[in-house]
Design a binder for this molecule. Structure first.
Ligand SMILES: *[C@@H]1O[C@H](CO)[C@@H](O)[C@H](O)[C@H]1NC(C)=O
Ligand SMILES: *[C@@H]1O[C@H](CO)[C@@H](O)[C@H](O)[C@H]1NC(C)=O
Length: 232
């Protein structure tokens, strides 16, 4: 229904079972690098739209990340693909979806790919770090990151995101980021061919988006997600 894999006859191989199961947490568990603990009930699918709500809470145990404790101040939601995604030699993917995202300080919605093994690779297909902007990033290393930050107009409306990943030279993956039909950035991930990713949609809070976050519920919505495979 709401998440389908588009099959372009002859060009694209279908990737079955790629659906994001609603209401799950991260692949690795309910917490990560911010002030939200992910909870099934905070990611809801209705009218073909995934809506994630971050709700302020008290009395939650802290998260642990990178050897530090992070206070948990919200329950929120994350969903991830059931299937790992790997750009094979000569292949690639398109990630297409429509997003209504908050840009308020302390809110950190994201649509991203992260390595199954180790880190990087990471490609932020779109993330919003509480600054009024949308960010598109590809990591070669923690200190070698291609980043493009542009104004995100009308956050109350849905915006179309499309990201094309393609094998560039047998080793690296070229990433073309589009918003509302315009190419906004082209980046290259070193050695990304053959590396498996998880696809994640989540509403993290605080962390890279600053603090304090909102004292009221915050929502993030996604519809029309398609993942198209060009792998041979
Ligand atoms: C990442 O590596 C690729 C391939 O070597 C290179 O083209 C790209 O410029 C690098 N990105 C950054 C931010 O240095
Ligand atoms: C905040 O979100 C939670 C979880 O979706 C919901 O149960 C609660 O009613 C919401 N509160 C308000 C004031 O909307």
């Amino acid at each position: 229904m709401w998440l389908q894999i588009l099959l372009l006859a002859g060009v694209v191989k279908i990737e079955s079972n790629i659906q994001l199961p609603p209401g799950r947490t991260y692949r690795w568990g309910p917490t990560h690098n911010g002030a939200a603990r992910m909870d099934r009930a905070h990611a809801i699918v209705s009218s073909e739209t995934l809506t994630i709500t971050a709700q302020p809470v008290n009395g939650q145990p802290p998260a642990g990340h990178g050897g530090k404790q992070i206070a948990i101040k919200y329950l929120s939601g994350a969903v991830h693909g059931k299937k790992q995604l790997t750009v094979t030699p000569g292949g690639g993917f398109d990630f297409v979806g429509s997003f209504r995202a908050t840009t308020t300080k302390g809110t950190w919605p994201a649509f991203w790919l992260t390595a199954v093994k180790g880190w990087p690779p990471e490609i932020d297909l779109a993330e919003w770090k509480g600054s009024g902007k949308i960010s598109f990033n590809t990591f070669n290393a923690s200190n070698q990151v291609a980043s493009k930050n542009i104004d995100f107009p009308r956050p109350e409306s849905f915006h179309d995101i499309k990201t094309e990943l393609r094998d560039k030279n047998g080793k690296d993956v070229e990433v073309k980021f589009h918003m509302d039909g315009q190419l906004v950035a082209t980046q290259v991930g070193r050695g990304y061919v053959g590396q498996a990713f998880w696809l994640i949609v989540n509403l993290q809070m605080e962390g890279s988006s600053g603090a304090p976050g909102p004292s009221k519920n915050t929502t993030y919505a996604m519809k029309n997600l398609h993942v198209i495979s060009y792998n041979k």
